[in-house]
Design a protein around this ligand. Structure first.
Ligand code: NAD
Ligand code: TDX
Length: 342
């Protein structure tokens, strides 16, 4: 099979490519990525020369380019990871989120219709369900939970999901959608909570916790997410949505304190800063459907996953130091420079 993986130079896409090349060496993987600020070719260095791997620099919104690639490759499956993925950036400027996340997804699906496809899989997020209150630990997001977004990011991802389901119903495109909780692990861009706090700790910089840090996220080790998508591609039912999460809810402040302890840094580095606008309180996935239908369960315990992740960032300083020494400096100054403390 030939599988086009979009956004494969980013965090989850690259981990997915590593998983697929190991688990299914008979398949050919074509990575399509625009290499935005979040894409990093050095991440794919170890697989670049594999005979069953090809990298193509391309924007998913570039219709001609995408059609040409489909003509060349005749893919059996497309897995769409390509997206603008950072909530804070979407609050600064929503437009590129609408372009890539919605228009780009429609271009990919038009190509799938034109050239034929076995499956189009959309990598979605639990953020499309909005948030849950902290005082109702009995509530979880199921696949039936109404879409109720908070940020331009989650709205653009919800728009994409709705379009994917519409292409299935209207055009009969064989689609699946997964909606996953927060991922962590190697190669995550250091704008996201866990790698940002690790990098700042290691550089003895303040650790900017939004508000009181009581917001809850449901953390899943990236490899478990990749295995779930692989399973959906092979055994999932067409036209279905699958929630992915591991019942691992944690408050932001507890994650940051844990990172301080693991790196032997003082909690006095923690600085409570002005909250994110529209900040979602709690995400919590009910993964019963994917467990029941496909037998998926997360394999990595948080204690092990976070230890491995911290060790990875310690062993791969070059990878993230290179990132944070460039354009990232301007981003950091813009986001955190004038942010008041609370
Ligand atoms: P990321 O920001 O690390 O990577 C995104 C990748 O997409 C980058 O390589 C970037 O270059 C590429 N890209 C961006 N715009 C593109 C375009 N127009 N054309 C081609 N390539 C483009 O993101 P991530 O954290 O790996 O997330 C991957 C997907 O998973 C996203 O769709 C995201 O919404 C979803 N998701 C992420 C999480 C999470 O916790 N990170 C959780 C659930 C779902
Ligand atoms: O500096 C920070 N300080 C802070 O307190 C950052 C970057 C984040 N936070 C908080 C905000 C959130 O409550 O930490 C929590 C996690 O933040 P992010 O890492 O930005 O993730 P989140 O907003 O939860 O979204 C993530 O999960 C769902 C991904 O970025 C999305 O792509 C995915 O869809």
């Amino acid at each position: 099979m030939t599988i086009i993986v979009t956004g494969g130079a980013g965090f989850i896409g690259s981990n997915f490519i590593f998983h697929m090349l190991d688990a299914h060496p008979e398949d050919r993987i074509v990575c399509l990525d625009k290499l935005t600020y979040a894409g990093n070719l050095s991440t794919l260095r170890d697989v670049m020369d594999r005979p069953n791997f090809r990298f193509v620099r391309l924007d998913i919104c570039d219709r001609e380019g995408v059609y040409r690639l489909f003509e060349e490759e005749h893919p059996d499956i497309v897995v769409n990871f390509a997206a603008e993925s950072h909530v804070d950036r979407s609050i600064e400027d929503p437009s590129v989120f609408l372009q890539t996340n919605i228009i780009g997804t429609s271009v990919l699906m038009d190509a799938c219709r034109k050239y034929g496809i076995g499956r189009f899989h959309q990598v979605g997020t639990d953020e499309v369900y909005g948030d849950l209150p902290l005082d109702r630990p009995d509530l979880f997001f199921t696949e039936e939970t109404p879409i109720r977004t908070s940020s331009p990011y989650s709205s653009s991802k919800a728009g994409a999901d709705l379009l994917v389901m519409a292409y299935h119903r209207t055009f009969g495109l064989p689609v699946t959608v997964s909606r996953c909780s927060n991922n962590y692990g190697p190669y995550q861009f250091p704008e996201k909570l866990i790698p940002l706090m690790i990098a700042n700790c290691l550089n003895d910089k303040p650790l900017p916790v939004y508000g009181e840090g009581l917001n809850v996220r449901d953390w899943l080790y990236v490899e478990d997410h990749c295995k779930a998508i692989d399973l959906i591609l092979r055994k999932g039912r067409v036209g279905e949505v699958y929630n992915i999460g591991g019942h691992n809810e944690m408050r932001n402040i507890d994650i940051v304190k844990l990172i301080c302890r693991a790196l032997d840094k003082p909690e006095s580095l923690i600085t409570h800063v002005t909250d994110r606008k529209g900040h979602d309180m709690r995400y919590a996935i009910d993964p019963a459907k994917i467990h029941r239908e496909l037998g998926w369960l997360p394999e990595t315990k948080f204690e092990d996953g976070i230890r491995r992740t911290i060790a990875w960032y310690l062993e791969h300083r070059d990878w993230w130091q290179e990132i944070i020494s460039g354009e990232y400096q301007n981003y950091y100054e813009k986001m955190y420079g004038n942010r008041g403390t609370v």
